[in-house]
Design a binder for this molecule. Structure first.
Ligand code: GLN
Ligand code: ZN
Length: 784
């Protein structure tokens, strides 16, 4: 670790002030916490399991922080963030800072420790966790603050100051980062029992005194800059919400005097009104903008930027894994320099690097050429600095030229471009793709063949993934067992799952997906244009990380992907067996996507590959095909004005996959969220024959759409029980649920199924739960 290196604070400052010309103006918005090999994940989980002490966890964390700070200092970064580390989530850290602990966690004042903190994050034996939700349009999830008029705010976590001091003691001057007061409130929800109409912003006056205390303490500790993250400024805010920013920063102005204040925004353009508000804030020294996703922001800046203020230009993408096009960024930066002045431009990342992978150095298995196109967090830090140096007239020629070579190779590489695919995808644009017959006629044709009872039962796809199964897949991948042995093991598993479903008397079967580790990776591995990393983890929530595939080139399907297993499974039963695919939008939204063409184009390419698969399944005699679009909603843009465009190409992509099948082939889709009231018309427009959706955690929400009169003519299976919990629902409970659905949906379109796939559950839970589910369906069939 850094602590063991013979670097005194004097030594470092000598390094940093020894440059012949002016200091390079470089800044990093935030950095991943997990560590290059997920060190924090393992330390957290071991602590939670009682296998290691709080000291052990703190030690690992301190080492991670110091190595990150040192890495940035060594790279030459001028504005290095602190307090972007978290044991769980930065919004929860802010809740702790403000002492806004919901009473059920039994906090009695004092500095908030691991006990209370992790209880809020994960629940404890007697109290469930606080709610978690997606951080803007990322795959990161934050803990939603629960606030109301009763909350007594107090300064209860000194983490920001402690981390600032910790870095300082290592000889590194940092910019403490804090979630801004207005964004904090806008990201909160009213606590239970508090009226929905309660204005969270009315609490501004209550939290600002704590912010003032924090600022005062940071100043006393020697901070010269402070960064407030106010990303909500990129959302659609009304004038009342915008006024809250003006109010908050006027209120803080006197406390902030003597400090340089950076207000950081990210993830999208700052709308014109918000830009006006932001750039008129009192007491602010600089503004940070995402210029990767914020091309309109660039125009706003060109149209007028307050003189004497710093512009933190986020030109290095924090949301992706691609190496920066340095030459093109430098052009942008030079143009900006002409507007804001040489000494007021700071090169930065588009957002926190939290949303990208950590360090490319650990990718030993990646193809060399592809690797040259990539930059993870550690490499992005170097890019930011190289750009800042180039602006200051100290261009690192070797670095720029190898970057240019990589950019050129990416543009011309035959592994990126597949002319046929490009042509086929381009031909799709502007035209419509729909099945020829309408859904009710199709359902009739399908029913003639399928002969299903009313309230047909099915499951979503996966069955429990046992240790044995995981081992078999792992050993096959590592070539420790032969293909023959592998096929035998998987075949046995499928046969077991088929028999079980027949015993349970389920109507439409699944093969259980034992050959898949992940619903996107499984397809990505078989499609051209995808690459996989070994350590490219990104934090999703708490200690959980995901490892998205990288889509680097035109996507095509060299050969059938699922036909072997699906037709084998179909051959084991007389009942219909669902072919099981992941849809193009979900594959796109759960990958790192190429940035050299519009996302829609990549999505169309994946759609064509899945279309081939659908048609091959149909040819092989599979008559029911499920195309999961679990992540369709996740791709929804942050701003209302952009939603229609996204939904249009996303839904179009889905339809492309199955527009060519016969009327008698039944297309299912599945979605993992129930809050789709706002996108219901797009869902109808997907034109699937049957949709199964998560529902049981928020019954009323979903059904209310239909109660309000939306006509849904296709088959629909709102989940009748929650698969995220080990709890086994009773027959009565499920029957009750179905009855509630029957009150708003026609009995001839209703399906009976769980919320989602069963892969995380145990057979001891799945068997009785499904048995009760089938019993409930049969009970109601008699009553209809
Ligand atoms: N077919 C997948 C499964 O059952 C769907 C998973 C999902 O929707 N997340 O596992
Ligand atoms: Zn699901």
């Amino acid at each position: 670790g850094f602590a063991s290196l013979p670097l005194s604070s004097n030594c470092l400052s000598f390094l940093r002030f020894s440059f012949p010309t002016r200091a390079m103006a470089s800044h990093i918005v935030g950095y991943p916490r997990m560590g290059p090999k997920r060190e924090l994940k393992f330390a957290l989980e071991s602590f939670w399991d009682g296998k290691s002490s709080a000291d052990d966890l703190q030690k690992v964390s301190a080492d991670l922080r110091s190595s990150i700070w040192k890495q940035m200092a060594d790279a030459g970064i001028k504005y290095i963030p602190s307090n972007t580390f978290s044991y769980y989530d930065q919004v929860l850290d802010t809740t702790a800072m403000l002492g806004a602990v919901p009473p059920r966690y039994g906090w009695n004042g004092g500095e908030i420790g691991f006990d209370v903190f992790f209880s809020m994050a994960r629940g404890n034996a007697s109290v469930p966790a606080m709610e978690m939700t997606k951080w803007f349009d990322t795959n990161y999830h934050y803990i939603v603050p629960e606030l109301g008029p009763e909350v007594k705010f107090s300064y209860a976590s000194h983490k920001a100051v402690n981390e600032f001091r910790e870095a300082k003691s290592l000889g590194i001057d940092t910019v403490p980062v804090i979630v801004g007061p207005v964004s904090y409130l806008l990201l909160s929800k009213p606590a239970k029992g508090v009226e929905k109409s309660f204005s969270l912003l009315s609490l501004l006056g209550n939290i600002l005194p704590v912010y003032k205390e924090v600022v005062a303490e940071l100043k006393a500790a020697g901070a010269t800059w402070i960064q407030f993250d106010e990303p909500t400024l990129v959302k659609d805010l009304d004038s009342h919400q915008l006024q809250a920013f003006t109010h908050a920063y006027s209120e803080l102005e006197s406390s902030l005097s003597g400090l340089n204040v950076l207000i950081e925004t990210y993830f999208a353009d700052v709308p014109a009104e918000a830009f006006k508000t932001l750039t008129s804030l009192k007491g602010v020294t600089g503004y940070g903008f995402d210029l990767v996703r914020g091309t309109k922001t660039l125009d706003l800046i060109k149209g007028g930027f307050p003189s004497g203020k710093y512009l933190f230009a986020g030109v290095v993408d924090g949301r992706n894994i691609w190496a920066n096009d340095l030459a093109s960024s430098l052009d942008t930066l030079s143009a900006l320099e002409a507007i804001v002045g040489k000494d007021k431009l700071v090169v930065s990342t588009s957002c926190s690097l939290l949303h990208t992978a950590v360090d490319l150095v650990n990718e030993t298995k990646l193809d060399k050429e592809i690797k040259s196109w990539l930059a993870f967090a550690a490499q992005k830090v170097v890019e930011v600095n190289a750009l800042a140096k180039a602006l200051a007239g100290q261009r690192d020629e070797a670095f720029f030229s190898s970057n240019a070579t990589a950019q050129a190779s990416r543009k011309s590489s035959p592994r990126v471009t597949n002319e046929a695919v490009q042509k086929a995808a381009a031909a799709l644009k502007g035209s419509d793709h729909r099945r020829a017959t309408n859904v009710s006629a199709r359902l009739d044709a399908q029913q003639k063949q399928l002969n299903l009872p009313i309230l047909p039962t099915t499951t979503i796809g996966s069955f429990p993934q046992t240790m044995d199964l995981r081992r078999v897949r792992r050993e096959f991948k590592a070539k420790k067992i032969s293909e023959e042995e592998y096929v035998k093991a998987i075949t046995e598993e499928i046969s077991k799952v088929v028999k079980l479903q027949e015993e349970l008397d389920i109507d439409v079967l699944v093969h259980g997906e034992p050959e898949r580790n992940d619903m996107v990776e499984y397809f990505g591995e078989q499609l051209s244009g995808f690459a996989f990393t070994v350590n490219g983890w990104v934090q999703s929530y708490g200690s959980r990380c995901v490892k998205p595939p990288i889509i680097y080139g035109d996507v095509s399907r060299p050969k059938a992907m699922t036909v072997f297993w699906s037709s084998l499974a179909q051959s084991m039963t007389k009942r219909p067996m669902k072919g099981m695919l992941t849809g193009p939008v979900t594959i796109l939204n759960w990958s790192f996507v190429r940035n050299d063409q519009p996302r829609s184009e990549t999505c169309y390419q994946i759609a064509l590959a899945i279309k081939d698969e659908v048609e091959d399944l149909e040819k092989a005699g599979v008559t029911v095909i499920q195309i999961d679009e679990a992540a369709l909603r996740e791709g929804l843009p942050l701003r209302k004005s952009e939603e229609a465009f996204y939904l249009n190409w996303a839904v179009h992509s889905f339809r492309i996959t199955n527009c060519g099948v016969k009327d008698t082939t039944q297309i299912h889709t599945h979605m993992c969220y129930s809050n789709f009231n706002d996108i219901i018309h797009s869902i109808i427009d997907m034109d699937a024959d049957v949709i199964t959706i998560e529902n049981s955690r928020s019954d009323e929400k979903l059904l209310s759409v239909f109660r309000e009169g939306v006509k849904y003519g296709a088959g629909i299976g709102p989940g009748v029980y929650d698969i995220h919990s080990p709890r086994i629902p009773s027959t009565e409970e499920i029957a009750d649920r179905i009855n509630k659905m029957l009150a708003v949906l026609e009995s001839n379109i209703l399906w009976v199924n769980p919320d989602c796939g069963l892969k995380t559950r145990k057979y001891t839970e799945v068997k009785p739960a499904l048995s009760n589910m089938v019993a409930a369906a049969k009970l109601l069939r008699q009553q209809l």
